[in-house]
Design a protein. Sequence first.
Length: 282
Amino acid sequence: MPKKVYGVHGLGIMGGSIALAIKTYLPDSKVIGFGRGKEKLMSAKRLGIIDEVSDNSPEMLASLDYFIIATPAQNVADVFAEYHNFLSDDVIIMDVASVKRIVIKEVNKINHRGLNFVGTHPMAGSEKSGMEFARADLFEKKIVAVIGEGREDILAAVRDFWKAMGAQIVLVSADFHDEIVASTSHSPHLISSALSRLLEKDGWSEVRFFGLYGKGILDTTRIAQGNPEMWADIILVNADNVERSLIDFSREIQSVIEMIRKNKREELIEYLRQAKEFRESL
């Protein structure tokens, strides 16, 4: 890919990793950091995460080939509104939020210039947060959902961008994306958190269950360590899909309870076998 100028707004673990990935895999490019915390941006420059700190001048904004908004879903439209009048007609704007319907809807309301905006969602991250945990290889062999709306040449450029980071691309609609991630990401986070709370309320939790637990419970509850404010916002923005997924999960648990209550050993074996085979297929 030819030399480009990239603006990244929001330098947490996701935005910081995007900036580092650009500098690693597209080394002739320039990365400019945007955000409201000047000190954080200066720190990112000292750490080599970005090349420059934005001065928000019209000249700098007009120089951007790509503008990547790495904020929570509910803040994307506000950032878009703040900058879109100063960006060039040819700029490609992307977000990386984990919920897409609200982002596409709110940006479309204010995109009076018809700028090229593409919603994306890298299926990558960590229970940790902050740019100090940013990694250039965060997107290697990871799936990135690209919302398939807009000009084909712009979608192709977005796909090429993520492929340069080592990612694999899936083209989906915003509705389909949000329904799927409710089941594969958002509800599992709540289920992991619920299990953590259940264990916390157990009478033996204060003595750490006398050490009678293994790696399985640590693996199952690992994602409950995620940032609570961030995850609360993600879940509430996708509330309808998350609710449906959790209702389905509660029915699944109820069916297991019935097998146990009625001592249906063969049914339970078959249930566990099918679960094992599905997990091994992922």
